[in-house]
Design a protein around this ligand. Structure first.
Ligand code: PXP
Length: 258
């Protein structure tokens, strides 16, 4: 049977047509990393964001970290100024991060529980131990018109907690899926399928990201009908060294169709 998720804001109803394509948000952190390595403005991050959209990206994602080793806080307004699709800022909600996000007002803010200095985000929120923080931060961001997503492990038991603190969406950490995909893809996806159903049952939209690539993306999009958006950086920017940015975005974009 073919189904479609029709979206009303972030609520869903299932009807009998085709599944909507998953939105591809391109994470341009790695481009900023190259720029920062020489201290100048090459490659130009703003131009890359414009071109990613021109080549088919449905959104731009950035993840400024406290050490500002890739995208920096002072990049954010410039990126918002040229954005014509969806701008998603990820990060740990410390005071500096919240101030800049509230000022820039991206369409979406994805809160991640990263400790400072972590290499990459590889764990989801421990909601029971952060209820107060998350409720406060989420309501502050939503008051500025920003949709809030929480980076979470794909565990169906955690979805009620995400809904309880007021999140609009959850972003499933897909690093485990990517690691296990080659071994047993059906097993690798099973937790995500259950968690996605639980998320929607709690009126949460479903995003996903981390280690998605040209090999494992299509299966993920096909197997998770609830999926709204993926954010992809490391593999996509690496692939663009071989295929070029335009071809690469088109290849990833195609895998998001279903
Ligand atoms: N989602 C979050 C919360 C991230 O921190 C990252 C990496 O910055 C991604 C998605 C994208 O992961 P990748 O770079 O492996 O595609």
């Amino acid at each position: 049977m073919v189904v479609v998720l029709v979206r009303f804001a972030d609520n869903f109803e299932i009807e009998n047509t085709v599944l909507m394509a998953v939105k591809l948000s391109v994470n341009i952190n790695k481009v900023a990393l190259i720029r920062n390595s020489r201290g100048g403005n090459l490659p130009n991050l703003q131009q890359i964001a414009i071109d990613c959209e021109k080549f088919g990206a449905d959104g731009i994602t950035v993840h400024p970290r406290p050490d500002q080793r890739h995208v920096r806080y002072d990049d954010l307004q410039a990126l918002k100024d040229v954005n014509t699709t969806e701008f998603n800022i990820e990060g740990y909600p410390n005071e500096d991060f919240l101030n800049i996000v509230k000022s820039v007002k991206p369409h979406q803010c994805t809160l991640v529980p990263d400790p400072p200095g972590v290499l990459t985000s590889d764990d989801g929120w421990d909601i029971p131990n952060n209820v107060h923080l998350l409720k406060k931060v989420i309501s502050e961001l939503q008051a500025e018109g920003i949709r809030v997503s929480l980076f979470m492990l794909p565990d169906e038991k955690l979805m009620a907690g995400a809904a309880n603190v007021g999140a609009n969406r959850v972003e499933f950490y897909t690093g485990g899926y990517a690691n296990n995909y080659e071994v047993d893809k059906e097993l690798a996806i099973s937790d995500h399928q259950l968690a996605a159903k639980a998320a929607v049952a709690h009126n949460l939209g479903v995003n996903a990201g981390h280690d998605l690539n040209l090999q494992n993306l299509k299966f993920y999009c096909e197997q998770i009908p609830e999926l709204l958006e993926v954010s992809i950086g490391h593999a996509l920017i690496s692939d663009s060294l071989y295929y070029g940015l335009q071809n690469t975005i088109m290849m990833y974009r195609k895998l998001c169709n279903r």
